[in-house]
Design a protein around this ligand. Structure first.
Ligand code: IVH
Length: 667
């Protein structure tokens, strides 16, 4: 590139990046993704290295953005709050590893791998056991003092419960769980207020509210990821965090110590999928050299530590045209608007459709048919529309109204107060709702009728043989034989499968009924608290919410379900068919696992993992997802990961083999 051209481009990039920094840090309303930002930043870095004399001293490559607003006192950090270098693939990580090995002159590096939580960074100071100060990242050198606001966070101890050092600093991320975010947005929608774009933006906005009483109303959470000792220093980063957990601080238990970069890459692969099960957003993994001595040896560049790097889960954005909007009706009658797109390639697959979630989201994006839209895809999740190219919209394009009637059965849609979703209320006759309910009923975690399957559900419904779940139990072999391409053997098999399902326990039957908000876990809780359908159906709000993990929303839904006379009739029929509507008495065998947390990992010989899970629960124990200090023991099969083992070892969590476990519960 010619010098003159470079000068122009550098000036443009400087001003664009500064604007994006302001939008991200101060307004918390970013217009571009992190990846797009990084691409612009990289371009500027490359140009600056070719033309070093053109570097603007105020260039975004020279310092991080700032989140200070002028509403709070600012204070200098004890040590700068730096950012991290980003990588997007395993090769970059291997290069990072190679650099470290070379610098340290060692063969294998031990890393601490942590989820990169998508919120905002905060630095906390504790003195003599008390939280004394909380400062936002600001520009990395100084930030806003927001102590009173941070003190409103429910899961952050204002006083340590264990014996911590007299003085230390600990850093972490303040964020909002997706559920809390959705609830907040539906409240805003109901109040006619503009909606927030994502949990990160709300978290960041909330912390900058001047009145901490208002902040307290926001469902903010915090997880800590970096301990800086003053009077006590631990030899490794992970050890510092494990200790901090013992003092009662919220340190995530998803982190893992990995020996060598291959173990790090395994960790990334696992979380690339598993992250969707988390209740909050994570956009990557932070990989840190675990040894503090090694960290010190590696040191820092002007902007970031040399001993840490952020791996971002893959996402890709593309621009395409919105051809139309269709609407899907789910099992519960929830209506989901779907963007029909001009096919476009994203992360190696052709994307033709993307979810628009609900009418709030459609309004927020202001998408209109014919628009050029940005589509983003991360990992294997459903692609989403992240924005509209307003400049290229034809000014005559009409606003897209949400449909008013069900596309499947033409019933007028309803929208409950405070909810973002529209529903078709015709639960009994709207075809996708009925078929969805049948499919849910036979599902693996519900009645587990494998001989039926989804396709047959639809056929049985379309041929008017099964219109509700009780009709399954009226079916005869002769009915099934009337269906096309159906042999006697298959017909018998289907009827046998349906009959056998009558042995399923109460909790599964309850789950299979498909009561809104009653998932597998809630069904278990309800079954064990009320013991039979009779008591459950008579339970009032107070009795229901007295059950662990049952809130108003679930309780109201249960009450509504049992008030409905069609549901009452359906249950009567199922009772008459002999399904289990009473909980089996828990057999008191072996020792009770009450209050114990058991992590199951590996492959087993006698039982499947699901069976072992059921045994633990039948004996009153709880299943933990990963080994932590709270784990009672690790039930270990063959092929268990070395990192899990070493974690158990470090934390002193005992290992039990399958046979040891079985004899423990006297089985
Ligand atoms: S370590 C010098 N660990 O990501 C160490 N950061 O791009 C720098 N973040 O400002 C931070 N989860 O807001 C670290 N487990 C984690 C993190 C994490 C999220 C954020 C943090 C930081 C940004 C760096």
């Amino acid at each position: 590139m010619q010098r003159q051209e470079a000068q122009k481009r550098i000036a443009q990039l400087n001003s664009d990046l500064r604007r994006h920094n302001y939008l991200y840090y101060v307004k918390a309303e970013p217009e571009i993704s992190d990846l797009e930002f990084d691409i612009l930043l990289k371009e500027l870095e490359q140009l600056e290295s070719s033309f070093p004399d053109l570097i603007d001293p105020d260039s975004p490559t020279q310092h991080v953005g700032s989140d200070t607003t002028g509403d709070f006192i600012t204070e200098k950090h004890q040590r700068p709050m730096l950012s991290l270098g980003n990588t997007y693939n395993a090769d970059d990580l291997k290069e990072f590893d190679a650099r470290i090995k070379k610098a340290l002159e060692i063969e294998t590096v031990t890393y601490s791998c942590e989820l990169k939580i998508d919120g905002l960074a905060i630095s906390l100071q504790y003195e003599n056991g008390y939280l004394t100060k909380a400062i936002t990242r600001g520009d990395g050198i100084q930030g806003d003092v927001v102590t009173e606001n941070v003190k409103t966070l429910r899961n952050l101890p204002k006083k340590l419960s264990g014996n911590g050092p007299n003085q230390f600093e600990i850093r972490g991320e303040i964020f909002m769980h997706r559920k809390g975010f959705e609830k907040l947005n539906s409240e805003r929608a109901a109040a006619g207020l503009p909606l927030y774009a994502n949990p990160r933006n709300v978290a960041s906005g909330s912390l900058k509210i001047k009145d901490s009483k208002e902040v307290a109303k926001r469902p903010l959470d915090i997880l800590l990821y970096h301990y800086y000792g003053a009077d006590i220093i631990f030899p490794s980063h992970s050890q510092g965090l494990n200790e901090a957990r013992q003092w009662g601080l919220p340190v995530p238990d998803t982190s893992q110590v990995c020996k060598g970069i291959d173990a790090v890459i395994d960790f990334l692969k696992i979380w690339e999928l598993k992250r969707h099960d988390l209740s909050f957003d994570t956009d990557g993994v932070v990989v840190k050299v675990d040894s503090i001595t090694q960290q010190e040896e590696l040191g820092f560049t002007a902007k970031m530590p040399r001993w840490a790097i952020a791996y971002k889960f893959p996402t890709e954005t593309a621009k395409t045209q919105l051809l139309g909007i269709t609407y899907q009706v789910g099992r519960t009658g929830a209506i989901t608007p779907v963007a029909e797109l001009e096919p476009v390639l994203l992360l190696g697959t052709t994307v033709k459709r993307a979810s628009l979630h609900n009418s709030n989201e459609m309004q927020r994006l202001d998408v209109r048919v014919g628009d050029q839209v940005y589509v983003e895809k991360g990992g294997e999740i459903i692609p989403k529309i992240t924005g509209v190219v307003l400049e290229s919209r034809n000014p005559n394009t009409p606003v897209q109204p949400f449909i008013e009637r069900c596309p499947e059965c033409d019933t007028a849609l309803v929208r409950n107060e405070g909810e973002a979703q529209h529903y078709c209320p015709n639960t009994r006759l709207c075809p996708p709702q009925v078929i969805g309910k049948l499919e849910h009923f036979i599902g693996r975690k519900a009645m587990d009728i494998q001989s039926v399957g989804s396709e047959l559900c639809e056929t049985l419904y379309r041929s008017e043989m099964v219109k509700n779940v009780a009709d399954f139990y009226d079916l005869q072999e002769a009915d099934i034989l009337q269906l096309e391409r159906m042999g006697e053997k298959s017909a018998r098999n289907i009827i046998d499968g349906i009959r056998e399902s009558k042995n399923q326990p109460f909790e599964r039957v309850l789950f299979a009924l498909g009561i809104r908000y009653v998932g597998e876990t809630v069904a278990k809780k309800l079954a064990s608290a009320f013991q039979d359908i009779e008591s459950l159906s008579k339970a009032g709000l107070d009795e229901l919410v007295a059950v662990d993990e049952i809130g108003d929303r679930i309780a109201e839904s249960v009450i509504r379900f049992f008030e409905n006379s069609e549901n009452q009739y359906l249950i009567t029929r199922l009772v008459n068919h002999g399904l289990n509507f009473k909980a089996a008495k828990r057999e008191a065998k072996g020792i009770e696992l009450e209050g114990k947390i058991i992590v199951i990992s590996g492959v087993f010989e006698i039982h499947s993992r699901d069976e072992l899970k059921a045994l633990v629960e039948a004996h009153g124990g709880k299943i933990g997802s990963s080994v932590s200090a709270k784990t009672t023991f690790l039930l270990a099969g063959s092929g268990i990961g070395p990192s899990k083992l070493s974690k158990a070892e470090t934390l002193g969590v005992p290992l039990l083999s399958e046979t040891e476990f079985l004899s423990l519960i006297g089985s």
